[in-house]
Design a protein around this ligand. Sequence first.
Ligand SMILES: Nc1ncnc2c1ncn2[C@@H]1O[C@H](COP(=O)(O)OP(=O)(O)OP(=O)(O)O)[C@@H](O)[C@H]1O
Ligand SMILES: [Mg+2]
Length: 305
Amino acid sequence: MVILEIENVGKKYGPLETVCGVSFPVAAGERVALLGHNGAGKTTLMRMILGLTTITSGQIRVLGTAPGSRKARTATGFLPESVAFHGALTGREQLRHFARLKKAPVKQVDELLNRVGLDHAADRKIRTYSKGMRQRVGLAQALLGKPQLALLDEPTSGLDPISRHEFYDIVDDLANNGTAVLLSSHALTELELRTDRIAIMSKGALVANDTLSNLRLGAQMSIRIKVTLETGAVERMISEIGGERMNGKSVTLTCLQDEKIALLGRISSYGPAVKDIDIIPASLDDLYRHYSQKTASEISEAASC
Ligand SMILES: Nc1ncnc2c1ncn2[C@@H]1O[C@H](COP(=O)(O)OP(=O)(O)OP(=O)(O)O)[C@@H](O)[C@H]1O
Ligand SMILES: [Mg+2]
């Protein structure tokens, strides 16, 4: 079931076109990562989905209704880029306050404090919290009322690596329970295994929107194969197959996805001289660079604006 529909959406601030011709759906249980450089339009798109800023062209539907409608508001949880809290309140008091505003059951507060790992600090004033702890309050706040759509704007900024890991466990739980998740991030490597689809914005336009494996196929980027060999076989492989010597013991070869099996066949013909093989696919960082460097004409073609 599609929870969020974004159709040919554009946004102008005066003459400045900040979002242009963006279309993609987010289904129940789907985790979509929204990537893009600073100023690409990610936050603006989220603000339009929330009904906080008007849409200049196209349309957005949340559960079939307009952004900002009562149904859309009740169904949506939002973690903003910078979270502001009342420092004099404790974490528990702040969340109870949000629960009342959102008409969510107050008993969810204790459950969520536990879920985001804040129960030990729940009765301390928020002004004594670290940045990561505030981010956790923000996440708990976004999850109040069990939203059908979660919009998380750079949710892992300020979180240490273990906290990031725990954060993605919470996202997985949400998606497994049917919530549609749209999250923006600059931390690419952590997204590789934790999202179903990746949408990349560049200068306001959507330049990619697909699964990681399809993005890899579409980009036709090289795969690196690192072969560790007996010393004598290194020169032979370089002269017969090519590649680059790495430290006297290994050779790094590059090939395209559809050449991989044939190349592995040639490598295996070296028999026991091959000690190890590592296949290194293009990382999300490489893909991101590839897609976000599309030329201006490709972007406007993709965005039809
Ligand atoms: N209220 C506003 N008035 C005028 N221009 C705005 C306004 N809000 C955003 N913009 C412009 O819209 C563009 C997109 O900004 P946006 O905040 O959506 O980017 P972003 O992708 O979220 O970037 P970041 O990664 O830095 O958070 C920028 O050029 C920004 O200056
Ligand atoms: Mg932003």
